[in-house]
Design a protein around this ligand. Structure first.
Ligand code: ADP
Ligand code: MG
Length: 660
């Protein structure tokens, strides 16, 4: 029988210290938190050899009185809480009264501190937790704590330390987090004598972000500011075009405390759904403020995790705050032209602040109805042209610019309507012909409904369209370049619109919003698609979903599937390739929620059926596309997060021509 005995205090302390002080970075975190709790306005952190030989934290906070200085190093000694009730409403970063005791027990410490009202300060020297000397000292208000030879008496722990560089960088990221959490405090981080970070402490969140993450990230930010009852969510998230390969740049602060939280990451990422590629992650700096009673911070020894009373509410508040911020973002990226270094440095911070502080554009909803009619008709025209048919828009009506926007608007609408009605009639006839050729073929009731409904529904829309007065556009289409980019002048900017990305997004939104199954076309000759067995099984398990997407699939044996019907918008020649891509996505997206999976599949259909870069596009299509891009909020990015529109300002141009 092994004999049981209580551990002596010193060993017990070393064990407890292990939980709190895992590495130099954890000591830095505790000490900086103490400085923040002490109301410091400036905090300087110095590390040498990754913090293993020396850590020094200097603050101008409230300091400690002489008698308190010793007490601070006792275990469970704190000035921050008194009773158990206080545990339910913690407003400070520290409260456990463990950090100084823990750090002191595994290092050699020199403390210098003076409280406001004290004529002189006190200097303490400790080793392994024992106070070896105490003497009065003249010093400014505040506290300096020097930690030398961390883990000198715990060689077991020492062995686990990584390289000095790795330890220093861990300490650095702790300081970065604190700097982001507290823009009102000026932080300096000095590594082996070299300054690595210096925040100005003027309280601007963006300035802190700029100091920590630099210019590139700072100019790709969108401001978030949302309320939900007593919850407030503030901060910045990256534009969908500036996402990253991991979550390292996601920072969450709950009542000023940096925390790691899957819940919050999920809430933010959910808001980016359909705005970025899977496998990418937004960066963010988000402050969540809520009543101290609504969050339990006493769930983790290093206090880096918290428990929310109502997780659902917090999730929703963060999700909707980010969603609405993304919705308001114009999504337009400014084109950056190279400039001289000096000029660049000069304009650095203002530029970052400018771009993020730029008033969000409130786009009006489109006055004009169903753009999709236009695009669909265009698609049929393209198909007709490809299959040797005559292009009914062979001589597009180009409107003279000089005649003014108003006239253009008045004239363009009826012209376009008439032409597109014709186009659609042809398209409808084409489908009808297609269908009668298939009369004998098995035809699902679903596809019948799908094929006929849109034609019926669109009649009133079409006549309504002719009477709608278009608002006078505040832009001018200059033309298309490289058969890919539409160039538009608006205010003091040139806009470059990627026609494929724009159209892809439009199609995606329409497919997604439609309650009807996607309009389908029966194939004259069914097409077989070779798939892996796994893919074929997945596809056949989801025939209902594919039905909604306009596909009729059957088992063809040997891992192949047979396509009898495909979405009307797809080209027959693409049917096989699209099916293969969808099958692959299906297998990859098995873990996705049904809605997310459906969206993924819709991305592919939207992409395949959108007009392509390199294709010739009629001026009317371009007009319609531009009108949508400039008036709708939901098409600022393609479904994969590529931008739809890039802007080039007059100022940028003038700089290049050395006019300014
Ligand atoms: P806690 O922060 O959980 O209270 P610590 O062991 O970190 O426990 O610190 C113990 C006490 O020492 C604190 O409650 C605080 O009163 C005092 N203290 C520590 N660091 C500072 C500082 N930099 N400035 C003023 N007081 C400090
Ligand atoms: Mg503390």
């Amino acid at each position: 029988m092994p004999k049981i005995h209580p551990l002596d205090t010193h060993v017990a302390e070393l064990i407890a210290a292990g939980e709190v002080v895992e590495r130099p970075a954890s000591a830095v975190k505790e000490l900086v938190e103490n400085s923040i709790d002490a109301g410091a306005k400036t905090v300087t952190i110095e590390v040498q050899n990754g913090g293993m030989t020396l850590l020094r934290i200097t603050d101008d906070g409230c300091g400690m009185e002489r008698a308190d200085a010793r007490t601070a190093f006792l275990r469970h000694a704190t000035s921050k809480i008194r009773s158990k009730d206080d545990l339910g409403r913690i407003g400070t970063l520290g409260f456990r009264g463990e950090a100084l005791a823990a750090i002191a027990s595994v290092s050699k410490i020199d403390l210098l501190t003076r409280a406001e009202d004290e004529p002189e300060g006190v200097q303490l020297h400790l080793q392994g937790g024992a106070v070896l000397s105490e003497q009065p000292a003249g010093c400014p208000r505040g506290t300096t704590i020097m930690v030398r030879e961390l883990f000198f008496n715990t060689p077991a722990r020492m062995k686990f330390m990584k390289s000095d560089a790795a330890e220093a960088s861990a300490a650095f990221s702790v300081v970065q987090q604190q700097a982001l959490a507290h823009p009102e405090i000026s932080f300096r981080f000095i590594k082996d004598g070299q300054e690595q970070l210096h925040t100005d402490g003027r309280g601007q969140a963006l300035a802190a972000i700029y100091a920590v993450y630099g210019r590139e990230l700072s100019r790709n930010l969108i401001e978030v500011d949302g309320h939900w009852e007593k919850l407030r969510v503030r901060g910045y998230v990256t534009k969908p075009t500036a996402t990253r390969g991991n979550r390292a740049w996601q920072s969450f602060f709950v009542n000023g405390r940096y925390i790691r939280s899957r819940l919050l990451s999920a809430a933010v990422e959910e808001a980016y759904r359909n705005r970025m590629m899977t496998g990418r992650f937004p960066a963010c700096v988000l402050h969540i403020e809520l009543p101290v009673q609504a969050v339990d911070v006493n769930v983790h020894p290093a206090k880096t995790e918290v428990k929310f009373l109502s997780e659902r509410e917090v999730f929703d508040a963060v999700h909707y705050a980010v969603l609405s911020a993304l919705g308001k973002d114009s999504g337009r990226q400014e084109m950056r032209l190279p400039q001289s270094r000096a000029a660049e440095q000069e304009s650095a911070v203002p530029a970052a602040q400018q771009s993020a502080a730029k008033p969000v554009q409130q786009n009006a909803k489109p006055a004009q109805a169903d753009f999709f009619r236009v695009m669909q008709a265009a698609e049929y025209r393209r198909q007709a042209a490809q299959s040797g048919g005559q292009n009914i828009l062979a001589s597009p009506v180009l409107l003279p610019r000089s005649e003014g926007a108003k006239r253009r608007a008045e004239e363009a609408a009826p012209v376009r309507s008439a032409q597109l009605d014709a186009a659609e009639e042809t398209a409808a006839a084409r489908i009808q012909a297609h269908k009668s050729a298939q009369e004998q073929t098995k035809e699902s009731a679903q596809s019948k409904a799908a094929t006929q409904q849109p034609a019926k529904q669109e009649q009133p829309v079409a006549s309504a369209q002719q009477t709608i007065e278009l608002p006078e556009p505040d832009y001018r289409i200059i033309g298309e370049a490289l058969r890919t980019y539409i160039i538009v002048e608006q205010g003091d900017e040139l806009l470059f619109i990627d026609k494929h990305a724009a159209h892809e997004r439009l199609r995606f939104e329409q497919l997604k919003k439609s309650k009807q199954p996607i309009m389908a076309q029966l194939l004259l000759t069914p097409v077989s698609a070779e798939l892996s067995r796994e893919e074929a099984t997945a596809v056949l398990e989801h025939t209902a979903l594919f039905g909604e997407l306009g596909f009729e699939v059957e088992d063809f044996g040997g891992g192949d599937v047979l396509l009898r019907q495909i979405p009307a918008e797809l080209d027959e020649q693409d049917a096989k390739a699209v099916m293969q891509e969808l099958a692959e996505q299906l297998v990859r997206g098995r873990t996705l929620a049904p809605q997310a999976l459906r969206d993924e599949l819709l991305h592919t259909i939207a992409c395949k059926s959108a007009i392509k870069a390199g294709w010739k596009t009629a001026p009317q299509e371009i007009q319609a596309l531009v009108q949508q891009v400039l008036t709708r909020e939901d098409i600022q990015y393609c479904p994969h997060g590529r931008p739809v529109c890039i802007t080039l300002s007059r100022h940028q141009l003038e700089k290049q021509f050395k006019r300014v």
